[in-house]
Design a protein around this ligand. Structure first.
Ligand SMILES: [Zn+2]
Length: 378
């Protein structure tokens, strides 16, 4: 079952979340290739500030959101598009609004759905700075990331490609499993189509090391749209960067905030709560998450904070037992939170458990036991 675990983790990295709200008129689809099953849509957040996101629908959406911020001398990007094809859409959008070059690409964290567009963007704008925290850079240059994204090792890339094909087969079989509910079969069918496209996109994808790192804050000065890149602490990964526009009061969170279902593998629940409180304290006007559509208030943050707090409270007494993560998860009751995040949607409820409850209990258990939480471990 090893491939299955790896597959589920890889799948988790690329799962998108999207708000179920109807689209306001600011949303428009960006053109993509004719055979594409998924692509970006764009939303204007403020003058010169846009979010590219995957919109509604929660399947296997392998592209993290991209923030596009126009400064006087160039464009600053928050994340890169998840693949060369994703970067193509980012490039086409930038060309449609400005002649300026991309001067900086901020990587919110190491996961491929946020970093694998960099190589294509640098072909277009070789002078662009690529900025991340040190932990993010360390992971991107480490062979530990070979299981989750292509790099320079041809053998590792071949294994990765084979894993994707196994994943596609698994999803197709699940989509035909008559023991499953119709809604689940439909979800697996759509996911299989998306994973196939993803596999094609990965054949040209290569991860690239950031050109510079920062410790706590770096500011990209501008008269109208200064950009502050900050490390608030560990949260979803060991090196999550957030991007704050103090003049527009817009924050790009990377996967510190993902809707409608957060992602809990190898994360840091206690520190994460503090980071979420810091985000709240920014008193933002718009919060653009790592996946899903932008939000205009702190309600979703409050729900995340309450749920993480609850997980830690329920896990604390289990730390002294010899329960493994799976058994511990069975002892933890997140039914109310599941209803709040996933509603009655069968498909969402399934992934709330697979991508949130089980992994976040595992992370919280490690935290409570004082065991290390290692990126890419689960
Ligand atoms: Zn992501």
């Amino acid at each position: 079952m090893q491939w299955m675990l790896r597959f589920l983790f890889a799948l988790a990295l690329f799962f998108n979340a999207a708000c179920a709200a109807t689209n306001p008129p600011t949303v428009r689809q960006l053109p993509s290739s004719a055979e594409a099953v998924y692509g970006y849509q764009v939303e204007r957040l403020s003058d010169g500030v846009h979010s590219l996101n995957q919109g509604d629908g929660f399947y296997l959406q392998p592209r993290g959101n991209v923030g596009v911020i126009e400064q006087s001398s160039g464009i600053v990007l928050v994340d890169s598009g998840g693949s060369p094809a994703g970067a193509e859409q980012v490039i086409a959008f930038i060309r449609s609004i400005s002649d300026k070059p991309v001067t900086a690409i901020v990587l919110s964290h190491w996961h491929g759905d946020h970093t694998l567009g960099v190589s294509r963007l640098l072909q277009e704008w070789p002078q662009a700075r690529v900025i991340s925290t040190q932990p993010t850079r360390e992971m991107l240059v480490s062979p530990d990331a070979d299981r989750y994204m292509p790099g320079d090792d041809a053998q590792a890339n071949a294994r990765y490609a084979a894993d994707i094909q196994e994943g596609v087969s698994f999803l197709r079989q699940a989509s035909e499993d008559q023991n499953l509910h119709e809604a689940d079969r439909a979800g697996f069918a759509q996911s299989a189509r998306e994973y196939e496209q993803f596999g094609r996109e990965m054949t040209t994808a290569r991860r690239v090391a950031p050109t510079e790192t920062f410790e706590s804050t770096v500011t990209l000065q501008d008269r109208v749209r200064p950009v502050e890149i900050r490390f608030l602490g560990r949260a979803n990964t060991s090196g999550d960067a957030i991007v704050w526009l103090p003049r527009q009061r817009i924050v790009f969170t990377g996967d510190v905030v993902v809707s409608p279902i957060p992602y809990g593998f190898n994360s840091y629940p206690g520190d994460w709560i503090e980071v979420l409180n810091d985000l709240k304290a920014l008193d933002f006007v718009v919060l653009a998450p790592g996946h899903g559509r932008p939000v205009l208030d702190g309600i979703y943050l409050d729900r995340l904070i309450a749920m993480l707090t609850d997980v830690r409270v329920q896990v604390a007494p289990l730390a002294a037992t010899d329960l493994n993560a799976e058994a511990a998860s069975a002892q933890v009751n997140l039914d109310a939170a599941r209803d709040a995040f996933a509603g009655e949607d069968r498909w969402l409820r399934r992934w709330f458990r697979n991508y949130w409850k089980d992994p976040i209990v595992s992370s919280a258990l490690r935290e409570a036991r004082g065991q290390p939480i290692v990126q890419g471990a689960e």
